[in-house]
Design a protein around this ligand. Structure first.
Ligand SMILES: [Zn+2]
Length: 430
């Protein structure tokens, strides 16, 4: 019955999804050459469209002496000026193309730092995203109408909750609404029969921990656990494996950029090359969306550090889509030492080295409230020796320029938004 309901709902909301699904199932088996040829075609089209119909791109590119006619092959993408997040936020209206779309949806980015963005996504681009996610699910034999548990933000008013519950019910999905033990336990009971779980990886992890520590009934019918939006820490996987019998698979994307990559059963994140063009420039990701016509996004600096696998690397799953080896973290505010500044990526390296060299796998959040000082909130309890080890690792990167305060056994009191691995509370000094 849910299958029928799902189809009806889908047809109403996303009439072009079947076309995309069919296409993506086919291109799943394409060669790299075919994929790149397709990317080139679509990229050229979207650049022409942006120049012609988006007042912002016309002006921006003219000023930077770029014209779409200068694109002769995919490598020419480097000739296009990079689009910064700040530009995106201040030019929302003029980035929209002045073309007519039968159906659009308002998309809102979460913007944990207060810079939330709202734009119109055309139906075709919306359907592409959904189809790309469904294709990822299909790698695990999961159908979207199967019973699932859903972990997402808690910011709901009563009426919103009611509406959301009703919609979830229609989609055969059960969602957790508040962050307390009682609802978590109820949730765990409910997902015993779930075929897949999806949502914030920190919540998937918290639930796994609860199941393990209180020896609750484990869900036994899970085919897939997908984490989105947040970094999946290594320590999450141990608890996930124990509780779910499966590690957390990574779905990588962003509201404004669309779905960027999905992890295959061999553990590699394949880029959705049919929908995005991804570049790695100075360890950062630049993304161009190939399907969104209402709000073109071209060479956009998303703000994540990534590492692409070498071009020639081939995955044993047989897919030829390029692979993102790692999303190493958000390009955040800089860490301010007494004398110098450091990229927040350093924290990532410190904890990665600790895990690799000393087998010390920690969940952390770094917070800076004051120049020259850094607080490390560590979820695990640490011995004195381990604290010293951590301090030593920090010193390798920051020397004596930064005072480190370690707070271990730290439990987040409430999580109503996604977890960032580095937060700076220092006001910008100009
Ligand atoms: Zn693969």
């Amino acid at each position: 019955m849910y299958k029928v309901l799902y189809y009806i709902g889908q047809q109403l909301r996303n009439p072009s999804i079947n076309k995309w699904l069919k296409f993506l199932k086919e291109s799943d088996g394409w060669s790299r050459e075919d994929l790149e040829a397709h990317q080139w075609n679509e990229f050229k089209k979207i650049c022409d469209l942006a120049y012609q119909y988006s007042p912002f791109y016309k002006e921006f590119w003219d000023k930077s002496h770029f014209h779409p006619d200068m694109l002769k092959c995919l490598d020419d993408v480097q000739k296009i000026p990079i689009l910064e997040k700040a530009q995106l936020l201040t030019n929302v209206a003029s980035i929209h193309t002045n073309r007519f779309f039968k159906q659009t949806y308002t998309a809102t980015t979460s913007g944990s730092t207060g810079d939330s963005l709202q734009f119109k996504r055309d139906e075709s681009a919306d359907s592409f995203n959904r189809a790309a996610i469904q294709r990822g699910y299909s790698w695990y034999q999961v159908h979207p109408w199967e019973f699932s548990g859903y972990f997402w933000g808690f910011d709901f008013k009563v009426w919103e909750q009611f509406k959301t519950r009703l919609l979830d019910r229609l989609q055969n999905r059960y969602r957790i609404f508040s962050y307390n033990e009682h609802s978590f336990k109820k949730f765990v009971k409910k997902i015993e029969k779930a075929r897949y779980l999806s949502g914030y990886s920190s919540m998937l992890y918290d639930t796994a921990k609860l199941i393990n520590s209180q020896q609750l009934e484990k869900p036994k019918q899970l085919k897939l656990v997908v984490g989105t939006s947040e970094k999946i820490f290594e320590a999450y996987q141990e608890e996930a494996l124990k509780a779910y019998g499966s590690k957390i698979i990574s779905e990588y994307g962003a509201t404004e950029a669309g779905i960027i990559a999905f992890e295959c059963p061999e553990g590699h994140m394949h880029i959705t090359m049919e929908g995005v063009l991804v570049e790695e420039v100075n360890k950062e990701i630049l993304v161009s969306n190939l399907v969104m016509q209402s709000f073109p996004l071209i060479r956009y600096r998303l703000g994540d550090y990534v590492k692409l696998a070498p071009k020639e690397f081939s995955c044993s799953c047989g897919r030829n889509h390029r692979i993102i080896e790692e999303v190493t973290g958000r390009v955040g505010a800089l860490i301010q030492g007494k004398g110098q500044q450091y990229p927040s990526l350093y924290c990532y390296y410190i904890f990665k080295n600790l895990a690799a060299k000393s087998k010390l796998i920690l969940n952390y959040q770094a917070i800076q409230e004051e120049k020259g000082k850094l607080k490390l909130l560590i979820e695990q309890a640490l011995t004195e020796d381990e604290k010293l080890l951590l301090l030593k690792a920090c010193e390798n990167y920051f020397k004596k320029d930064l005072e480190i305060e370690i707070i271990d056994s730290y439990q987040a009191a409430s999580r109503n938004q996604k977890v960032n691995s580095f937060i700076s509370r220092i006001k910008n000094e100009t």
